[in-house]
Design a protein around this ligand. Structure first.
Ligand code: NAP
Length: 454
């Protein structure tokens, strides 16, 4: 079956690509395996130089790469440009920092000299989603390549042109054959690649079922895995928050990328004292969003990435309303071409409703009322997920104390949860394990090797 590239704003069919057969996969695995020892032996400065040239290629081609992203998965063109710039940043960040992160760590013991040496694990398979089709890949690839690993990419089926463009960017920057390879394979072909002895580890960013499957296959082969899965981040508003600004930030966090971000604010947990005031302003902010062509500068909400994802989201919303949640605004598909969904809010979401139990991956905000701060924390931590979360308050010490008690991988006080190459990124609970970015991300796919000398 072919990979179809379809514009989700217009339903226009853009291109098709054949999935690889076993012989073609074998060719790619053999090339990665040939490249591996050479890339490991390549001096670190040269590996970093490749990342700098990659950043240059990304910047030089920013407009056309961003256009490809918008065409294939529908995000606003200006958001797509920012995504390409962020990829260039992460390449430069690791080019600058890799020597420090990979330096031997001397530890005094009874040896004449003992130290930790950081060595690459080998070839790492990355299974990636479509929502940030460049960023997700580069935040894996930049540290992996800097560390001397070789990378294989199995990208989401709906972004085949982005998948191929990423490999091309690395090749144009001078990556030797086999150092970074896009595999045009189906999800069903991933197992064979993980089990192949020439593949040493796997990282997956995506849904919980995909994570479960990939991690159990890797475990059965005793191969390292990192999982970056879904989230249902709490956005907790306390009564002393600056409401005007908090609402504005909340709208931005929930509706960026048409709501399809793992770290979007998803559960708006509002203390009773300000709940009505918050909701009124929030509704006004959401209803002011301009739905339309993602290439148009005046648009603030583009289409979802696929029609089937929109149908699934709508079902979650309908089931929650049937179970007692209250539709405040939106809550319907927009008729006509494209996978547009009305910007939506559902209020009075309760345990047992799908909106409470599951991640809503689209432009739908859910509001949950809390009696007080303690109750808000209990609700925030009551989720199966633990990716990010934020708390909004006029008292930053109060916010910090709250943030420390949130069960998640990243807690922000008076700020949108976001990823930054300098800070570790990842979750706890059903949001996965392991970290990307910072030195933590680079160290995930290394042999942390003790050397002891008399
Ligand atoms: P998905 O369906 O799990 O797909 C992600 C990737 O996994 C795709 O390449 C997909 O390939 C592949 N895949 C799916 N099932 C698989 C299986 N059984 N074995 C091997 N590979 C499999 O997720 P999505 O709908 O594209 O992405 C949305 C999800 O990703 C959300 O839950 C979101 O929160 C999460 N996410 C998490 C992060 C994070 O950093 N924590 C970041 C972004 C997104 P096909 O496309 O060919 O099916």
């Amino acid at each position: 079956m072919a990979f179809e590239s379809i514009n989700p704003a217009t339903d226009e069919h853009l291109a098709s690509f054949e999935a690889w057969d076993a012989a073609r996969i074998e060719q790619a695995l053999a090339a990665a395996d040939r490249a591996r020892p050479q890339w490991h032996q390549t001096p670190l400065e040269e590996r970093c130089a490749l990342l700098r040239r990659t950043a240059e290629v990304l910047r030089a081609q920013e407009a056309e790469l961003a256009r490809l992203i918008t065409l294939e998965m529908g995000k606003l063109y200006r958001e797509a440009r920012a995504e390409i710039e962020k990829c260039a940043w992460v390449c430069e960040y690791y080019a600058d920092e890799a020597a420090r992160f990979l330096a031997d760590e001397v530890i005094e013991t009874d040896a004449t000299r003992s130290f930790v040496a950081y060595q690459p694990l080998g070839t790492v398979l990355a299974v990636m989603p479509w929502n940030f089709p460049f960023w997700q890949v580069f935040r894996f690839a930049a540290p992996a390549l800097a560390a001397g690993n070789t990378g294989l990419l199995k990208h989401a089926s709906n972004v085949p042109q982005c998948a191929l463009a990423i490999e091309r960017v690395f090749r144009e920057a001078g990556a030797p054959e086999g150092v970074f390879t896009t595999l045009m394979i189906r999800a069903s072909q991933v197992e064979g690649v993980i089990r192949d002895p020439r593949v040493h580890a796997v990282t997956l960013t995506g849904s919980e079922p995909a994570g479960r499957s990939v991690a159990s296959i890797a475990a059965s082969e005793i191969k390292k895995s990192v999982l970056e899965l879904g989230g249902s981040d709490a956005f907790v508003v306390l009564e002393d928050a600056d409401l005007e600004w908090t609402v504005q930030q909340g709208v931005m966090s929930r509706f960026l990328n048409a709501g399809q971000s793992c770290i979007a604010a998803k559960r708006f947990i509002i203390v009773d004292a300000i709940a009505e005031d918050f909701l009124e302003r929030f509704r006004a902010g959401v209803e002011a969003l301009q739905v339309g062509d993602p290439f148009d500068d005046s648009t603030s909400l583009g289409p979802m990435a696929r029609r089937d994802l929109r149908a699934e989201l709508h079902q979650q919303v309908q089931d929650s309303i049937a179970a007692g949640a209250v539709a405040v605004t939106g809550c319907h598909e927009i008729e006509g071409p494209g996978a547009f969904y009305a910007p939506s809010i559902i209020d009075r979401v309760q345990p047992g409703q799908r909106a409470w139990e599951e991640e809503l991956f689209g432009p739908v905000a859910i509001v949950i009322r809390a009696r007080d701060e303690a109750h808000a924390l209990e609700i925030a931590n009551g989720s199966r997920f633990g990716l990010g979360g934020s708390v909004w308050t006029g008292d930053s010490a109060r916010g910090e104390a709250f943030a420390r008690r949130m069960q998640c991988g990243a807690a922000f006080v008076n700020g949108l949860v976001k990823s930054d190459p300098r800070l570790p990124f990842g979750g706890v609970k059903a949001s996965g394990y392991g970290r990307e970015l910072s030195h933590h991300g680079l160290h995930e796919f290394l042999n942390i090797k003790t050397i002891w000398i008399r």
